[in-house]
Design a protein around this ligand. Structure first.
Ligand code: NAD
Ligand code: ZN
Length: 382
């Protein structure tokens, strides 16, 4: 089958790779119809991770079930399914509490929790930017979609990651109706956090970035765009909140953040959040911060393998913070309902739909944050 493989930093290509197949009786085999490029893929693409070459990328997947293993009894051939990016067993201590991002069964390393498709350090699983995908524990890891999803794949595919992740960020931040919320990052994840805060009836949603096309998408759903290339985002948020700071903050950038002056400040967003959120406010962090080895040559990151977080100011302000990967499955049913009932249309951020053969160009443009390249959706069958 054809799959998009990692060849090395800033190099991916579509190759013939071994066919995905049923390997265990609990597996489901899916023919991928829609699969996205994610900001998280850029951690591998930009060479920030120890990704082995030749591996198929892609963790935002949906498609049609074409085969099920002998021990699968809920999912059926022909079902259209969306696949949470977390690969989880459904029965370990963490999964039984809904914490599927921290599954104890699916990582191969016993010191790890959580696994994902096509991701460095998250298990050996192949990604779905390919014609077919093996889904372990298929009964647990397939969200069976309503029939209308066949015609609205660019909405429903967002259930695999970024819509639940944006929602998770607002859950970690504790967003409630009538509150003010500041979101750092107007990439796909930040825009989904803005959508989620809006769905939760936040009174004022502010989104910080510097790309006009992305900020315009935030404005389309009623958020206030804060352009940090024009003035300090902290000052702008304070102006918008009568000097108090926002009630809640969301970090949707991660360790690849750049500061507006072009310096590399991976921790900048965390410290900006502490400064932009009120005393006793709450911050949710879904932007990825991967532990780094001291002395790692990664130029985009840290000093001595650590980030310089201003803990003193965070403590002084009496704030609290929630972090980590989204437990996608825990939110999928309710977010699927919001799409089906017309209350959420996450496809508003989709800028490009490409065949798999053009995925390398999609990566290149998305990685450069080229104007208008907000979210790239791939269709392997087309
Ligand atoms: P993206 O890179 O397209 O978006 C990031 C945005 O942040 C860009 O628009 C960029 O201009 C902006 N930005 C950079 N520096 C900034 C700064 N200092 N202040 C404000 N904005 C700044 O990526 P994305 O797809 O939106 O993903 C964002 C992050 O979320 C990544 O780290 C990704 O790995 C992570 N993520 C986490 C989860 C999870 O489960 N926790 C899931 C998916 C993605
Ligand atoms: Zn993703």
């Amino acid at each position: 089958m054809k799959g998009l493989v990692y060849d090395g930093p800033r190099s991916v290509s579509v190759q013939n790779v071994p066919d995905a197949r049923i390997e265990r009786p609990t597996d489901v085999l899916v023919k991928i119809t829609t699969t996205n490029i994610c900001g998280s893929d850029l951690h591998m693409y930009e060479g920030r991770t120890d990704m082995e070459t030749g591996r198929v990328l892609g963790h935002e997947n949906m498609g049609e079930v074409i085969e099920v293993g002998g021990a699968v009894d809920r999912v059926r051939v022909g079902d259209l399914v969306c696949l949470p990016f977390n690969i989880s067993c459904g029965f370990c201590r963490n999964c039984e509490k809904g914490l599927t991002a921290y599954c104890l069964t699916t990582p191969v390393d016993p010191k790890m929790a959580g696994a994902a498709y096509g991701f460095a350090g998250m298990g050996p699983y192949a990604g779905g930017q390919a014609e077919f995908l093996r889904v372990p524990y298929g009964d647990s890891n397939c969200l069976v979609l309503p029939e209308e999803a066949r015609e609205k794949q660019t909405d429903y595919v967002m259930l695999s990651d970024i819509f639940p992740t944006g929602w998770h960020c607002t859950e970690l931040a504790g967003v409630r109706p009538g509150e003010t919320v500041v979101i750092y990052g107007a990439g796909p994840v930040g825009l989904m956090a803005a959508l989620s805060a809006t769905l939760k009836s936040a009174a004022k949603v502010m989104v910080v970035d510097r790309h006009p096309d992305r900020l315009a998408l935030a404005e389309q759903i009623g958020a206030i765009a804060i352009d940090d290339s024009k003035a300090s985002p902290i000052d702008q948020v304070n102006e918008q909140t009568n000097g108090l700071g926002a009630d809640r903050g969301c970090e949707c950038v991660g360790y690849q953040a750049h500061d507006p002056q072009g310096h590399e400040h991976p921790n900048l967003t965390l410290n900006n959040l502490v400064q932009s959120v009120k005393f006793t406010g709450t911050i949710g962090v879904v932007g990825v911060f991967i532990p780094q080895d001291p002395g790692s040559p990664d130029p985009l990151y840290k000093k001595d393998g650590e980030i310089a977080f201003d803990y003193g100011m965070y403590w002084f302000k009496g704030q609290s913070m929630g972090t980590g990967q989204a437990n996608v499955k825990a939110y999928n049913r309710q977010l699927c309902n919001l799409i089906q009932l017309g209350k959420a249309k996450p496809s508003w951020i989709v800028s490009h739909e490409l065949p798999l053969s053009q995925a390398p160009q999609g990566y290149e443009h998305f990685d450069k944050r080229d104007d208008g390249w907000t979210k790239v959706v791939l269709h392997p069958g087309s």
